[in-house]
Design a protein around this ligand. Sequence first.
Ligand SMILES: [Zn+2]
Length: 325
Amino acid sequence: MSHPPAGTATPDEPLLAALDIGGTKIAGGLVDTRGTLLHRLQVPTPATGDRHQLMAAVTRVLDDLAGRPEWGRVRALGIGSAGPVDIAEGTVSPVNLPGWRGFPLRAEAAAHPAVGDLPVVLGGDGVAMTAAEHWRGAARPYRNALCLVVSTGVGAGLVLDGRLHTGTTGNAGHLGHISVDFEGRPCPCGSRGCLEGLASGTAIARTATESGWRPGPDGDTTATGVARAAESGDPLALAAFDRAARALAAGIAATATLVELDVAVIGGGVANAGDVLFAPLARHLSSYAALPFTRHLTLAPAHLGTDAGLIGAAALARPSLPISI
Ligand SMILES: [Zn+2]
């Protein structure tokens, strides 16, 4: 746990509770009204478990949060979950958690004894990350933002005219499943040539391996290994990142053309590659974002890293607080 920095929290200040539910971990946290994460814990996700085993892990996290002395100041609970989600129904069907299909996560969390009458707000993880970056991170100065998480998949969310745009079911801005290659591979989503299949960490590793790239002595065949090779100038590794960057640029440029973006914020493990990703991304973006009203678009790395999920979940719940913060 961590204590609040001096001067950033008062003993009676309202707090937000947050859950971040992903394929490998379920995290929980308490967040103050400035977006500072005061307490954090996580448990492994029983990814192959049934609906009850998965919910039992969520309950363990809620039990821990409810046992904190600050729990009495919690005024709302925000939940960011791997998607797809349906915020109209309050259900989740995470692709990588087969035990949950149409699972009523919002109602189940609300039934936890400590949650009581607190408002419970559900959102997708890409939208939550976007809310976090707009509240506390790289998208903060901007009114129109696309925020992407490029890791094993590609998630994203939109801020339009200063407000988080969730869509009716909470999946708006899901850039990873926009087709950028009409003749491309079939995607598990049912479409073809999706951005995720070209630009995710998984895709970068596959592109590199299929082109004949082989890892160094550490044997790391993941996108991290490819990034390391690209940094040292390996042409096949550089080509794999260039292809991913080109796909991302096409998706970002299309979004900028559609809604007029001020910034595209890129986070997730693949963004940790730094210039290996951002240099070709900027180059390709300058050719795809060709119309004058798309050319001022700023590219920025995400600021919040692994805390974005919890801060974002709290951000989703902010509007339900009784006071304006
Ligand atoms: Zn797809």
